[in-house]
Design a protein around this ligand. Sequence first.
Ligand code: GCV
Length: 714
Amino acid sequence: MPGEDGYELWLRYTPVSDATLRGEYRAMLRPANVLGNSPTALVTQRELNYGLGRLLERSTDQPNRSTGSGLIVLTRAQLNSIAGNVDAVGVGETVLGPLRALVERELDEAGSEGFTIQRWRGPSGSGLVVAANSDQGAMYGAFHLLRLVQTHTPPQRMATTTAPRVGLRMLNHWDNLDRSVERGYAGSSLWDWHLLPDYVSPRYTDYARAMASIGLNATALNNVNSNALVLTEEFLTKVAALANELRPYHIRVFVSARFSAPIELGDLQTADPLDPNVRAWWARKADEIYRHIPDFGGFVVMAKSDGQPGPQDYGRSHVDGANLLAEALAPHDGLVIWRAFVYDHEVPEDRAKQAFDEFVPHDGQFGENVLVQVKNGPIDFMPREPFHPLFGAMPKTPLVLEFQLTQEYLGFATHLVYMAPLFQEVLSSDTQARGSGSTVGRIVDGSLEGHQHSAMTAVANIGTDRNWCGHPFAAANWYAFGRLAWDHRLDPARIAEEWLRMTFTNNVKFVEPAKRLMMESRETCVNYMTPLGLHHIMAGSHHYGPGPWLDQGRPDWTSVYYHRADQEGIGFDRTKTGSNAVAQYSPEVRARFENIGTCPEELLLWFHHVPWDYPMRTGRTLWDELCHRYYAGAEAVKAMQAQWDLLEPLIDRARFEHVKALLAIQAKEALWWRDACVLYFQTFSKRRIPQVLTPPDRPLMYYRNVKHHFVPGN
Ligand code: GCV
């Protein structure tokens, strides 16, 4: 197997070194017997053989003397049909009877994709059973069991029953057909379109293993800024080859469809959704796709944004557009995921209000197989945003929550930023749509309104880099997203701990400090980039580094549009006296945001234009507080560096050095952000940088003149 280059992600299966614990695991888990021979059962058996083999076998270990079988992985149907068939599972009816009763009870909770892990004991041995209502659930159970062993969970704490809260747990790749990746910072696209379908890289299987191990069950392969070619016969055979690889792992494939494809592929003169020829075209296209990929998931569509064509080009609505595609896919059980990230050709008075204004009037009009995909906040994956006001405002429409794993606005794959606290902040936000407890999580999982479909998605941060995500810690965001899509109530710190133990080591001397470092990293990044609710002040186009002075081009793509700094103060007034975007939230939430005294300070400048001398909770003026936050952010990165250095003896050299070098870049860039922003805002505040802080040693002009060439992902 390869060395510590990050390729194996959290599936390293490092041998359990404690001989007692290893012995206990061996007695319970060896041999591992996965019943059935479906493709999923076979990959589950293979993973268990590989994983447990590496975790539990040492050349000095004695063969397992227990006569009964150790681990049994099966479905409810298999459990009911084996009826004491000792050869099938190695246990007799004395064990099977009680086991069946226990498992039956638990499986009522597990749904179609969940599982239960339970202990069994019999006269001739004892072990664990992983049971589920489907082979898919059994596979997730096996991966979970491997996680429990990898994190050295005591045997008596292994019993569990769990089911995913969200139906579709998905990644969106912004991968282009030429293998460039929009906003990708980890190499080229994984999908080698040129060689597909003839060469199917083994890496696709490892991708599928990683996805399934965290419960992800869908992937959209290509960029939402899509190319119609993906719908041609040539590319459908390539998509089908990928779907074949992912199928045993129950990962459904979606593609991003271009609305104007009927024209661009040369078949029609129009893409008008109400034109009968257009309807017939999409119906034929859907039939063709399903001939290639019988379990095709459906289309992700971005219409009317970033120059993409949409139904509005024909005077039609989002509903007309989405329902056109939904009608074509419905006979095949396909879904349309229609993005609410839209731009108007007119520059709006407040970009934050646009999606709400365009979509809320259509609530209840979308077809049954349409979901509307909404970014976590109303602007664009900023380091911090309030939750998107569409959550809670479209009760009749299933809403997909979209996060961005690729760190477009969080320092690319150069900065260590663990995003689970951001995800959790959004998921636990209370929209108050149906009284308190109406969290974004409950809207997205469908439980608040009883929707049949539910989905959570994230823009992938994966590329051809050997370690998949560029920064050795960036894979933690992929991992955490999967875990929270499975259960949005999981604790980000616990997820970080799992990931660290599996990715690096179980040594608590490493795990505890590294976990603290991860948990603080997002707030640190907010502080050195966009403290107190500032947003969208990055450089233009490539979005690398600070650019608060940006004032040219389409106004809602500039920075000055958002920070609104002037002689009096700074911040976007979104109350009644300004754009009144607060009115898009429910009355309780609106009241809290609208009142400067109750608005969380983290979001102050998002909702208010605040005088420079406004007294903050710390007792400082706003200007002083802003400076302190920027300085605290940059200082915190230095503290991360010092902390990381102390961990050197505890992990492998290659990854230690890689992270160390990236932290040095992060420290440099945090200073860059700090100094550029403080100096720029000082031109408005006309106040001194507080004396306790060392002033920047370069002038503002230096930062304004920084130019970058060939920035990735642009
Ligand atoms: C795929 C941001 C990014 C764009 C991206 C867009 C979107 O604006 O900068 O690159 O386009 O979001 O989510 O559609």
